[in-house]
Design a protein around this ligand. Structure first.
Ligand code: MG
Length: 383
């Protein structure tokens, strides 16, 4: 996905080249897709910036529309599937969408048939994938049942969490030492030590258990800048009720999910006032969050590639990477797997969205069921 700044369109749409993306992909990787299925997308959004790095008129309706579009109503994120699909229109739209992005549970046999004789490597987003989206981002705790499912799956498959949160924060939430962790949208990776790791910005370190690991931080030079911006954003938004600024180490999130919609433009103005002097930072939308990130050529997709290399699982036809995520930033990883023609992206969504994923799961409960199914399949196939 092209995340470069756009000087004209208020909303960057990065339509998936449906026909093109299917070309060249190993046919056995493909779920069924009816011809001509096209869906509108609100997935690919960013805030327009001029060459000076200054936002376009943030009070314009288009800008506010972008904030609203990237922030579907909370009830649609967390609601029980059956209640959510109570509307016949939603039901029809979702069912039609699932023809293009079939359920990974419903397609489980197809996935495992393709996985036979291959090593599965699992990559998991955190918020909205392993934990429900909640009002207070500090309280996005993972249920114990999910933790157990992740622990089990990591016993059988190399498993990594790739989150927009700081690496420490996501480790705090997950609390499993069996996993690999990548924070700050993949800009802070703790992975296994490799004998021949000559990647720049990669240093040897030790994890919390004292085990030797590789630490890869491609945006390390931005650390002082991010800290400075974080402090300014905290100061600038302190009068806005409900606004919360989170330091994710190599990126900063300004959450407005608890801010009255009437004050969203104020949030935007405050963020603009701070970052307008930082041309090396860019701004993008997530779910009711504005994210300030370094302008570097790195994303979750590159983090997946890096981790596969670190695990010694790249360039191997007997490896099947599977990435499960729910947000726009996960699309970079879906795209890498799709274009690499060797893995599956699974989008977690309870409503139709355009995506580079192959399959879908509707919520965190289904994610847990999928993880458990993988474990059960691995156990049974080992008999
Ligand atoms: Mg997420």
């Amino acid at each position: 996905m092209d995340l470069k700044t756009n000087h004209t369109a208020p909303v960057i749409t990065d339509p998936v080249p449906i026909g093109k993306s299917r070309l060249g992909v190993h046919s056995s990787l493909l779920p069924y897709s009816p011809p001509g299925a096209v869906f509108s997308s609100n997935l690919f959004l960013t805030i327009p910036r001029k060459k000076t790095g200054i936002l376009d008129d943030i009070r314009s309706s288009t800008w506010l529309d972008a904030m609203k579009s990237s922030s579907p109503p909370h009830k649609r994120i967390n609601k029980d599937y059956n209640n959510e699909l109570a509307s016949p229109d939603v039901d029809v739209a979702y069912r039609a969408w699932m023809l293009k992005f079939p359920s990974a549970l419903g397609s489980f046999d197809r996935i495992t048939n393709f996985a036979k004789g291959k090593r599965i490597a699992l990559f998991l987003d955190y918020d909205g994938t392993l934990s429900p989206i909640v009002d207070n981002p500090d309280c996005a705790f993972m249920h114990n049942a999910m933790r157990k499912a992740v622990k089990m799956v990591a016993k059988y498959f190399p498993t990594a969490i790739i989150s927009g949160r700081s690496r420490d924060k996501v480790y705090e939430f997950v609390g499993l030492k069996e996993l690999y962790y990548a924070g700050s949208h993949g800009m802070d990776i703790m992975g296994p030590v490799r004998q021949s790791n000559d990647h720049p910005n990669c240093i040897k370190s030790t994890d919390k258990q004292g085990k030797e690991v590789n630490l890869f931080q491609p945006a390390s030079e931005f650390l002082p800048m991010i800290n400075e911006v974080f402090s300014s954003l905290v100061e600038n938004t302190k009068e806005i009720a409900g606004a919360k600024v989170e330091n994710n180490k190599f990126c900063v999130s300004v959450h407005y999910r608890n801010v009255d919609e009437k004050s969203w433009t104020t949030v935007a103005q405050c963020v603009n006032d701070v970052i307008k002097d930082y041309p090396r930072l860019r701004l993008s939308h997530g779910r009711k969050v504005l994210e300030v990130r370094p302008v570097i050529d790195w994303d979750k997709g590159k983090a997946v590639t890096f981790l596969l290399e670190s695990l010694g699982l790249s360039d191997s036809e007997d490896v099947l990477p599977i990435y499960v995520g729910d947000d726009r930033t996960d699309e970079d990883a879906f795209k890498v797997l799709r274009e690499g023609t060797y893995g599956y992206g699974i989008l977690v969504s309870s409503m139709p969205k355009e995506s580079n994923a192959f399959y879908s799961l509707k919520d965190t409960t289904e994610v847990m069921e999928f993880l458990r199914s993988l474990v059960a399949w691995k156990k049974s196939s080992a008999l």
